[in-house]
Design a protein around this ligand. Sequence first.
Ligand code: PNW
Length: 451
Amino acid sequence: CERINMNQFRFGTGISSYQVEGDRSGRDSCIWDDFCLVKGNIKDKTDGNVAIDFYHRYKEDLQCAKELGIQDFRFSISWPRVIKDDGSVNEEGLDFYSDLVDEIIKDGMNPVITIFHWDLPSVLMKKGGFTNRSIITDFIHYVEVLSKKLSPRVKDWITFNEPQCFIGIGYQKRGQAPKIDCDYITMAKAAHNVLLCHSHAYQILKKDNPNCTVSFVNTFNVPLPYGRKKENMEKELSDILFTVPNTKEEFYTLSIYSDPLYLGSYPEKYLKKTGISEIIEDGDMDLIRKSKPDYLCLNIYTGTYYRNNKEGKTVIYEKKTESEKTDLPWLLRREKSIYYGCKYLYNRYKAPIIITENGGCYHDRLLKDKTVHDKERCQYLRKYLHEVKQCIKEEIDIRGYYYWSLFDNFEWEWGESKRFGLVYIDYKDHLKRYKKDSFFAYQRIIKKSRS
Ligand code: PNW
């Protein structure tokens, strides 16, 4: 069996501020605080007020990450912990992140910061959130504060995590904050403002440190070929992925964000829609073109199978097997999503890839002896990583893989009831941490791959 050299490859894990930090008293309110207050929004009625108390336990938690052997530690910053409601800087909050960065580096890891992972300050939402162009000014201020404090210690920045979710779901009244109902054009404005915020951040961060990297995270459901003659379907499935549908579903798709960022213009079909071109002001597209992300950061979890029917038409193949099921309805274990996802994206955008999220959600049991035998997650991890290697063999330029997540945490509308972690959190007993079998499985994989 051919061995591929992964000495330069970056293994990592991810977490996000609202999902782990807690310490609600140390910051102003965000839209997820508001969302959790509404009955019925969170399935198990929990919230992020304490979460896994990462704010107070980060030193201990970083020891755990260090023991795992990862190179990159991805986390996000809570905007309302850094900027107060009146616009002034919360020095204590900023110091927390500064100390966190120091500690990560001291432990021999590289901090990868996501600037926005969904926890928008409530005050900004009152002004319309991303639908209001004035958010750009607020975002610039926030990023300037971060850059001044953390650059050049932080070399790798991600501006946004998954607009497909926080715009595509959140701004059309689905199961995610802010759960507001916007019409088509308002959503298009929000999406455009996100790209402009990214671009301004890119300019600020590069000015402060030309050697840093600034990227952007997209997520998507991967169209997968089913049956024989898979190669014949690839072109058509890739087209399905990049074609914009004619509905508000558009804001859940990839290309309206990734085409402008990586190719410099919106998809043509999208531009032709009434009202879209009026949103774009002079200079906007030039700024976006000057701010092409360094990496193609992809959160890849799952895919949908397509097959050729008797008439030769390509249709969705609905069946799912028992072994594909996880503890979340939308998440089927389909490791080929890594292979096809990276292939389609690399062919179109030609930028080096980092898989910034991939992980399995399973119903874990903490045994009396405090072990967790999460066989399915171990298998998930091995199968998906095998596809990463396959891509590299085929010269798709993948530079890193971050498992989601290092810890069980607050899984948004599912609350604490759904677990993705390599480390178990005992919510019933003082949030004690226990390494699952998958922790040791990933540890072994990293060690072996880099030796
Ligand atoms: C990601 N999908 O969201 C988020 O970045 C994380 O914060 C979250 O905890 C993690 O996935 C697990 O849910 C996604 O439907 C949510 O394909 C849904 C999808 C993809 C990503």
